[in-house]
Design a protein around this ligand. Structure first.
Ligand code: CTP
Length: 208
C-alpha cells in the first residue's frame, strides 16, 4: 500500500518571528511511518516542523502551516491507498499575518483574532471511496464518545484515542476503535512498540 501520513505540529505565523503551535513532537507519526515501511508499505510523510530524523525510505514533504499541509496532502492523495492523520493540526490561525515584527506597546494588552483552519483529514477522507482512512483523537477525560463522533464525522475506518499526556511524550496508552465500534487497548508502551502493534492491527490483513 501507499500510505499518506501527516505528522507533527503545524505552525501558524503571527509575524516573521512568532507563531502559534502545540506540544506535538512528531514521535508517534514518525514511529508509524517506520512501522509501515518495515511491513513493506510505501509512505508519503507530510510533516510539520519536528526535531526528529525522518525515516530514510519515506518520501518526506516538509510543511509549516495547516493550509500548506492540506495543499501538500491534496497533491499526493490521488496516488495513495490510505491516509493516516497523526498531525496535531492547529485548529485556528491568526486572522492576520504581519509582514513586520509586531511591536510591544507599553501598558497595553493585545487581542488576537483567530480564524478556523481546514480539517485536513476530513477533507481527504470525504472522497476516499474504498480507500482506508485512520485518524487520531486527542481527548482529555474518557474520550470514547468523542472519538467515535470524530470517526463518523470525518468518514474514518479507524480512530485511535489518546490523552493530552501522550503529546510530546515517549510513551503512551491508546484505544483503537473501528467503524463497527470494536475496541482494542494498546500500551502503555513506547511509541515505536505501539506503532508496530497499530500497524499490525489496522493494516495486518491488507497486503503491502
Ligand atoms: N485533524 C486534521 N485537521 C485538523 C484537525 C484535526 O487533519 N484541522 C486530524 C488529526 O490529525 C487527527 C484527527 O483529525 O487525526 C482528530 O484531531 P483532534 O485534534 O483530536 O480533533 P479535532 O477535529 O481538531 O477536534 P477538537 O480539537 O475540537 O477535539
Amino acid at each position: 500500500m501507499r500510505v499518506l501520513l501527516t505528522a507533527g505540529p503545524t505552525r501558524e505565523p503571527l509575524d516573521p518571528v512568532r507563531f502559534l503551535s502545540n506540544r506535538s513532537s512528531g514521535r508517534m507519526g514518525y514511529a508509524l511511518a517506520r512501522a509501515l515501511l518495515a511491513e513493506g508499505h510505501q509512505v508519503v510523510l507530510v510533516t510539520g516542523p519536528t526535531a526528529l530524523r525522518p525515516p530514510a525510505k519515506a518520501k518526506v514533504v516538509p510543511v509549516e502551516t495547516a493550509e500548506d499541509m492540506l495543499a501538500a496532502c491534496r497533491r499526493h492523495w490521488s496516488d495513495c491507498d490510505a491516509v493516516v492523520g497523526v498531525a496535531a493540526v492547529a485548529d485556528y490561525r491568526p486572522a492576520r499575518h504581519s509582514g513586520d515584527k509586531l511591536k510591544r506597546t507599553e501598558g497595553q494588552g493585545l487581542s488576537l483574532e483567530l480564524v478556523p483552519n481546514p480539517d485536513i483529514l476530513a477533507t481527504l477522507a470525504k472522497d476516499k471511496g474504498g480507500r482506508l482512512a485512520v485518524g487520531f483523537a486527542l481527548e482529555s477525560g474518557d474520550g470514547k464518545v468523542e472519538a467515535l463522533r470524530k470517526l463518523r464525522a470525518k468518514n474514518l475506518d479507524f480512530v485511535v484515542l489518546n490523552g493530552p499526556e501522550a503529546q510530546g511524550a515517549e510513551q503512551a496508552s491508546l484505544r483503537v476503535f473501528d467503524a463497527i465500534g470494536k475496541e482494542r487497548h494498546l500500551g502503555p508502551a513506547r511509541k515505536p512498540t505501539l506503532a508496530k502493534q497499530l500497524v499490525r492491527w489496522i493494516f495486518g490483513r491488507i497486503p503491502a
